[in-house]
Design a protein around this ligand. Structure first.
Ligand SMILES: *Cc1c(COP(=O)(O)O)cnc(C)c1O
Length: 360
């Protein structure tokens, strides 16, 4: 068996320990005689798996008691709609910050439900930075402020949590959740598709402050109401049981590693090594302003784009895969979430130096 270093933006690598534990428990979860895949979500075995996963996530992120944690489906993309549907609460306007492709998708979806005020945008400069908070033109009538703390495609990350006063702050944390500690109490809603830094695809984690639940727009599908999921502990219908279980194994693994403070140290070091390799050479470059470079997604280009194919095929031979950049950006992108070992980043840096030596 050969494992590669997989730099995919998502679905992405998972901690090997979590996959191994799932393999060990594949046919018989703790003497139940069945796989977790085969369990009813109403059985006490699965209920205990689900409860443990939530408890571990609460502990890892220090989620305050007045926040609900939901394990849903539909991806972050469904949250682009569920956020306005649940958070408008009688208002008709919402603020959005535009820092890249995912912000734009959230904005387009919100426009179906309300008037969107793009309070700040870094689009004119090509999304290489994030707009400073003092330049934001927030709408006093806005029901909430939505932003994307980490733009997975552009590799742009907010170095601060915006201050929106009493107006609920909503964050699409899909590609940076669990990468470091964050103060959950600063947010009204946090949501994340699991397939980047939580677990397998098919699960979406939503963390919502309890006073924001229960004021859904009229005539919406029941599945789009946070309250139905809160009232039923994310089991109104069949939840993504196996993805929930695997997310739980990842949470358990992260706790064993020393929690999010420890992950932050490792992630920062991994990112610093990769950016140092890029900045230390005239062959590679990253366009993002140094103050807002992502720890998780590192896009970079080669001085000569005609060498992209050779770079990628050589990388593959060296066991470094899925480095091709997003089709909208070109070049390369290395996603280095929690599960990417530091040795994987070291191997990539060594390969980059080697490739430059022979092709630069
Ligand atoms: C991947 C991603 C999404 C889309 O997630 P889905 O779960 O595929 O809907 C949205 N926002 C961000 C920041 C992402 O990285």
């Amino acid at each position: 068996m050969k494992r590669v270093y997989n730099f995919s933006a998502g679905p992405a690598m998972l901690p090997e320990a979590a996959i191994l534990k799932a393999a060990e428990q594949m046919l018989d979860w703790q003497g139940s005689g069945m796989s977790v895949m085969e369990m009813s979500h109403r059985d006490k075995e699965f209920m205990s798996i689900a409860a443990q996963a939530e408890a571990d996530l609460r502990e890892l992120m220090a989620i305050p008691a007045n926040y609900k944690v939901l394990f849903l489906q539909g991806g972050a993309s469904a949250q682009f709609a569920m956020v306005p549907i649940n958070l408008l609460r009688g208002k008709t306007r919402a603020d959005y910050i535009n820092t890249g492709m995912w912000s734009k998708k959230a904005i387009e979806e919100a426009k179906r439900f309300c008037t969107v005020n793009v309070a700040a945008s870094s689009e004119a400069g090509g999304f290489k930075t994030v707009p400073a908070q003092q330049d934001w033109k927030l709408d006093p009538q806005a029901a909430y402020v939505h932003y994307t703390p980490n733009e997975t495609i552009g590799g742009v990350e907010f170095p601060f949590i915006p201050d929106t006063g009493a107006v609920p702050l909503v964050a699409d944390l899909s590609s940076t959740i669990l990468s470091r500690p964050i103060d959950v109490s600063r947010f009204g809603v946090i949501y994340a598709g699991a397939q980047k830094n939580i677990g397998p695809a098919g699960l979406t984690v939503v963390i919502v402050r309890d006073d924001l639940v229960g004021q859904v727009l009229p005539n919406m599908p029941v599945m789009f109401d946070y309250k139905i999921h809160v009232d039923n502990e994310s089991m109104y219908n069949t939840p993504p049981t196996y993805a929930w279980y695997l997310a739980g194994l990842v949470f358990e693994y992260l706790k064993g590693q020393g929690g999010l403070k420890k992950m932050a140290e490792i992630n920062q070091r991994k990112a610093a090594k990769l950016y140092a390799a890029i900045d230390g050479s005239s062959f590679y470059s990253n366009p993002v302003d140094k103050s807002c470079r992502s720890w998780m997604n590192v896009p970079f280009t080669l001085a000569n784009a005609e060498l992209d194919g050779a770079f990628l095929s050589g990388a593959k031979k060296a066991g470094l895969v899925t480095l091709k950049g997003h089709r909208s950006v070109g070049g390369m992108r290395a996603s280095i979430y929690n599960a990417m070992p530091e040795a994987g980043v070291d191997a990539l840096v060594a390969y980059m130096k080697d490739f430059e030596k022979t092709n630069g």
